[in-house]
Write a protein that binds this ligand. Structure first.
Ligand SMILES: Cc1cc2nc3c(=O)[nH]c(=O)nc-3n(C[C@H](O)[C@H](O)[C@H](O)COP(=O)(O)O)c2cc1C
Length: 199
């Protein structure tokens, strides 16, 4: 698909056809594209947890949610045949930037203008969202509640230094995908958000 079309068509899909799994080659393309994301110092301090079997996905939803409400958001999201959890590893960045070419050997976190580890995992997530559109599938990035992160880690044996930045659900769009009320806010226009030559 033409790139501009992929960008324009991308939107979060929150209902999936449970009978259409993600083709393995599409799953692999999503992951191959994710690791093409840029990363500070080429640290690549990311990891991707792939959950595909019904049991794996069920364990994810059990660990990260309270079960939801009947016919609510979770009912439709649970139909996603593929979940990919991008995780960031802060210590990988502190280690990388302590190397001789960077020299931040004190590992002082105040040097970091923003958490680059989360930025980079987010960039990888966006590449997965765009790849899904390019392949004719839908995807959604959503958050993992902070109080659920310990249960998530315990369920999947995730090391303490890795933190999920969110989760990307992927699949063919279902027939009950509902428009998010957030969209009522409208997209802020270029002239509203862009400051040319100064604020
Ligand atoms: C960091 C981040 C967190 C988000 N968390 C959620 C979430 O928890 N649940 C959800 O349904 N959508 C979530 N979204 C999707 C946004 O609601 C969505 O991107 C926004 O409303 C614009 O809609 P669009 O992406 O379909 O254009 C999240 C998006 C981002 C970037």
């Amino acid at each position: 698909m033409e790139f501009a079309k992929v960008v324009r068509r991308r939107r979060m899909v929150r209902d999936y056809d449970p009978d259409r799994p993600v083709p393995p080659e599409v799953r692999e393309r999503l992951l191959e594209h994710a690791i093409r994301a840029p990363s500070a110092g080429f640290s690549q301090g990311w990891a991707f947890l792939v959950l595909e079997t019904p049991e794996e996905r069920e364990r994810f939803w059990t660990a990260t949610t309270d079960g939801g409400t009947p016919n609510g958001w979770l009912t439709r999201m649970r139909r996603a045949p593929l979940l990919v959890v991008p995780l960031s590893n802060k210590s990988a960045y502190l280690d990388r930037y302590a190397e001789p070419d960077k020299g931040w050997t004190d590992r002082d976190e105040s040097r970091w203008p923003v958490p680059y580890w989360d930025v980079d995992a987010g960039m990888a997530a966006l590449l997965m969202l765009l790849t899904a559109v390019d392949e004719g599938l839908g995807a959604c990035f959503f958050g993992v509640p902070p109080e659920r992160i310990p249960a998530f880690r315990a369920t999947f044996g995730v090391p303490e230094e890795y933190r999920p930045v969110g989760c990307v659900s992927v699949g063919y769009a279902g027939s009950d995908d509902r428009r998010s009320p957030s969209l009522d806010r409208g997209r802020r226009g270029v002239e509203e958000v862009v400051h040319r030559g100064g604020w």
